[in-house]
Write a protein that binds this ligand. Structure first.
Ligand code: PLP
Length: 406
């Protein structure tokens, strides 16, 4: 194990918005001998996790699993469906939407980027207006990041679907759920999404290294006649063999053990309960931030993210110096500001495997850190969060017989 510094007692608090804390159960599941990925046991595992992931995406369609970070699944979504020079409509919600746009351009797609100020969600009215204008149906795909991990702003995926429908436009609809899946309600089929992109290291509580595409029949059909080159990312090669529980090349076997365990945990808690837990932690966090007298980056309360909160630093105070103090004094990692927001915000991850006391400890570390870093603020943020958590507290576990079926 890499020892960066002297021994620090207790557990590290990894409260960045992903990778998130990997639960002990998942770590133990990963810590098993790697099996033959073409042997009889593997097929059972492969089949179960592919079925389990369909439940998480809420789809009856195909789910493809790559041994790759989320960026790989972004690329897979584009190269399996689009052709050179195709026009794609994207919304500038923040750093990750911008990276996806840059990738699309590198892949020789043309991108129209609906401008945004990184404090608000994708605007369904702007999507509708642009699509209505596109009478020749030049736009082949609309790509939206559900939850902007850089800003803590969640876009309304159903509202954008409705906007596409009102415009009567045939574009494919692609959604990045890398920091929302298994934390914030998401419905691939019901919301008419064609390709959903996701990753293992956030709501799924796994280490980085797996990524996913949920794929509609319309997206698969688009892949039969598009001309972007692909080989490793080809959905069809995966889907052809996935039906038997196997993969066309060597899968990340031990991460798949972990995924099986994580799915078991999510279904035991219940997906709706998981979403409610994240919503409650997000509200407690915002109450703390407001009580400190600090500003939440998300400027639209309807769009607050349930998985993270980005907090603006007061003028003249750098977020990175503050985060350094929090790490060195309390062994607590907070997320940094990315690109445009560098040093201007810190991000509190409240997603994945955490409970009331994990959140309270995180907020306590922040409140103490604000004092140590001499950041102007009021005391009482932790108190405000404690009050809310107490008022809304319920018995944590539910009877096992209520567990969601696999
Ligand atoms: N999209 C979003 C919303 C993300 O949060 C991230 C990473 O944090 C990515 C895409 C890129 O994924 P990765 O870093 O796993 O390649």
């Amino acid at each position: 194990m890499l020892q960066v510094n002297a021994h620090r007692s207790g557990r590290h608090f990894l409260q960045i918005p992903g990778p998130t804390n990997v639960p002990d159960r998942v770590l133990r599941a990963i810590d098993h001998p790697t099996i033959d990925h073409r042997g009889p046991e593997f097929g059972v595992l492969g089949h179960q996790i592919l079925e389990g992931m369909k439940k998480v995406f809420k789809t009856d369609s195909h789910v493809v699993i790559y041994p790759a970070s989320g960026t790989g699944a972004w690329e897979a979504a584009l190269v399996n469906t689009l052709s050179e020079g195709d026009l794609v409509l994207m919304a500038e919600t923040g750093h990750f939407a911008t990276l996806w746009k840059d990738m699309a351009e590198k892949l020789s797609l043309r991108v129209e980027f609906l401008p945004g100020d990184w404090r608000r969600p994708a605007d369904p009215a702007a999507v509708e207006a642009r699509l209505k204008n596109d009478t020749q149906h030049e736009i082949k795909a609309v790509c939206i990041v559900h939850n902007e991990t850089a800003t803590g702003v969640a876009s309304n995926i159903k509202a954008v679907r409705d906007a596409i429908d009102r415009a009567g436009h045939p574009a494919l609809y692609m959604v990045d759920t890398i920091s929302s899946l298994a934390s914030i309600d998401y419905r691939h089929d019901e919301w008419g999404v064609d390709v959903t992109v996701s990753g293992s290291q956030k709501g799924l509580m796994l280490p980085p290294g797996l990524s996913f595409n949920a794929v509609s029949a319309k997206a698969l059909a688009a892949g039969e006649k598009n001309n972007l080159h692909r080989s490793y990312w080809d959905w069809q090669a995966m889907i052809d063999i996935n039906g038997t529980g196997y993969f066309p090349y060597t899968p990340a076997t031990n991460l798949l053990y972990g995924l099986h365990e994580a799915l078991d945990m999510l279904f035991a808690e219940g997906l709706d309960e998981v979403f409610a837990r994240h919503k409650r932690f997000a509200e407690a966090t915002r109450r703390a931030v407001r009580a400190w007298g600090l500003e939440i980056l998300c400027a639209d309360p309807e769009s607050y993210s349930d998985s993270l909160t980005a907090v603006m630093m007061p003028e003249g105070h750098g977020a990175d110096a503050f985060r350094k103090i929090v790490l060195e004094h309390f062994n607590l990692s907070l997320g940094s500001g990315l690109t445009k927001l560098k040093d201007r915000v810190f991000r509190i991850g409240h997603l994945g495997d955490l409970n009331d006391l994990t959140l309270c400890a995180t907020l306590s570390g922040i409140e103490m850190g604000l004092s140590l870093a001499k950041v102007p603020h009021q005391q009482g943020g932790v108190r405000a969060a404690l009050d809310y958590l107490t008022e809304t507290s319920t018995v944590m576990s539910r009877p096992l017989e209520e567990k969601t079926a696999w």
